[in-house]
Design a protein around this ligand. Structure first.
Ligand code: TYD
Ligand code: MG
Length: 467
């Protein structure tokens, strides 16, 4: 049988299939298989070319002092990178088209160039004039960034593989780059992977920091870049709602720093502005007297962030009530509703439920459970959460409220923003004694979810919408 001339590669996970399928057998993605020429991928083994040169082993301690990290001076960016860029490392910046990746990276390289780093910005999507226009708008046209419009990895490598290679290289975007040794089109998994591999190898050899831009598909997966996540040192996601002006830069992988840090930016007429105090921004348009809203004192990495959680509970005209969640985990919502129902006797299940984290932030912390429950119960009873209250705590399946970390930091942030009451899990006496100094005067410790429900139902009897 002749060897097949082409095969089908899943653009989500990179699995190679001999024939076309509607659904990738490996990752389950639909319509993700794209025909690519055979020979691009595939193990060949060592073959019969004889033995290689044995590698040398060295000790863990080296002579050379580690190179200092390069800070751009844009604090929100530097913190997410783990306090600056590491020479020879590769960062992948993923995000929806139009979210502001090019804007952010142009601002970053311009700032780095100001501090003396030699920076190159290679655009495969925009023409030189377009990038220049953006630079004018961002008021960074004066900085010494080397600009080029190119897509051929061979040409780019020829320019970068020199002793005078820049310190920082931005490739915008990796999906537009191609290697002429492959037959597949730019943007396919094989091209993206091979192009990135070449660039990463070059970055290691020449010691420059490589910043790759990658577009994300609708489903939130970097198109064809899943495979890249393993190859790069750091993966940053730039997220936010298109309608909102907030943008959040989040580290999801970092070989040189923590992964739970976020950087908050605001998209303005003159580019991205740092938001050093995101809590004030997230709480800006809040109506304190409305029911169905609770302020969650959360942690994003090392930083406390206050954010409003909003719930709407309405009798459902449908047999299967509707659930819509923005900014939080839908399964976690289902769990909290089940606990409210089974452990607190609150008939909430027959209602349509909408839950929204205000400001476009996405919360992953279980500590938000209690705030979500407070918003739900407040919406159901139409009794507002008392003014000036922050809420946090994890809910267990039996309805117990479990302690969460960083209580002090959360309370301190709340106090700073003028909150004087807190609903939180039971604490040890030692930590409780500190609260007076934390600026939150009234602390109510909650042991069981029922205690929270009682606070609302005491003020307003639950309207039994379900029955
Ligand atoms: P861009 O950086 O091109 O996004 P990406 O590279 O992720 O595709 O950002 C484009 C959006 O940002 C566009 O909708 C216009 C907006 N924008 C501003 O609001 N202000 C600005 O100063 C700039 C440069 C862009
Ligand atoms: Mg762009």
């Amino acid at each position: 049988m002749p060897r097949p001339q082409s095969h089908f590669v899943c653009q989500e996970c990179g699995t190679v299939h001999p024939k076309w399928l509607g659904r990738c057998e490996s990752c389950g993605a639909w319509n993700s298989l794209v025909e690519e020429a055979a020979g691009d991928v595939g193990p060949k083994g060592l073959g019969s070319r004889g033995k290689g040169r044995p590698i040398e082993f060295v000790g863990l301690r080296g002579d050379a002092a580690p190179q200092p990290r390069r800070q751009s001076g844009i604090a929100e960016f530097d913190r997410v990178c783990g306090d600056g860029l590491v020479a020879g490392s590769t960062l992948l910046v993923g995000g929806d088209p139009g979210i502001g990746k090019s804007t952010l990276l142009l601002q970053v390289v311009a700032a780095l160039a100001q501090s003396g780093a030699r920076c190159a910005y290679i655009s495969g999507e925009e023409a030189i004039d377009q990038v220049r226009m953006r630079a004018l708008r961002l008021a960074v046209a004066g900085s010494a960034v080397q600009l080029a419009a190119a897509t051929s990895i061979r040409d780019i490598a020829a320019a970068l593989d020199a002793a005078s290679a820049p310190d920082i290289v931005v490739i915008d975007s990796i999906q537009t780059m191609f290697l002429d040794t492959l037959d597949s089109a730019p943007g396919t998994v094989s091209q993206v992977r091979a192009s990135a591999q070449e660039l990463i190898r070059l970055a290691k050899r020449r010691g420059f920091t490589l910043l790759l831009v990658g577009h994300v598909t609708k489903e939130g997966i970097i198109a064809g870049l899943r495979v890249l996540e393993h190859m790069v040192d750091t993966v940053l996601y730039f997220e936010g709602e298109r309608g909102h002006q907030f943008r959040i830069l989040r580290a999801v992988k970092n070989r040189f720093g923590p992964t739970d840090e976020i950087g908050v930016f605001e998209m303005t007429d003159a580019g991205l502005a740092e938001v050093p105090n995101p809590s004030a921004l997230f709480l800006a348009e809040r109506n304190e007297k409305a029911s169905g809203a609770a302020v969650f004192a959360g942690m994003e990495g090392t930083r406390p962030v206050l954010v409003e959680i909003q719930a709407l509970v309405a009798p459902s005209p449908l047999g299967t009530p509707r659930r819509a969640v923005v900014g939080w985990d839908g399964n976690r919502l289902a769990m909290i509703m089940a606990v409210l129902d089974a452990r607190c006797g609150l008939a909430i299940g027959a209602n349509d439920i909408y839950l929204n984290v205000a400001g476009g932030l996405r919360i992953a912390e279980p500590a938000a459970d209690l705030a979500v429950a407070a918003a739900l119960v407040s919406a159901l009873t139409e009794e507002p959460v008392p003014e000036g209250t922050v809420v946090f705590g994890e809910i267990g399946l039996s309805g117990e409220i479990r302690p969460v970390g960083q209580t002090e930091a959360r309370l301190k942030e709340a106090g700073k923003l003028g909150f004087d009451k807190a609903l939180l899990p039971k604490r040890r006496a030692k930590t409780a004694a500190k609260s007076a100094r934390e600026g939150v005067a009234t602390i109510a410790e909650i042991g069981h979810l029922k205690e929270l429900v009682d606070r609302f139902t005491a003020a307003a009897p639950v309207r039994r919408r379900a029955s």
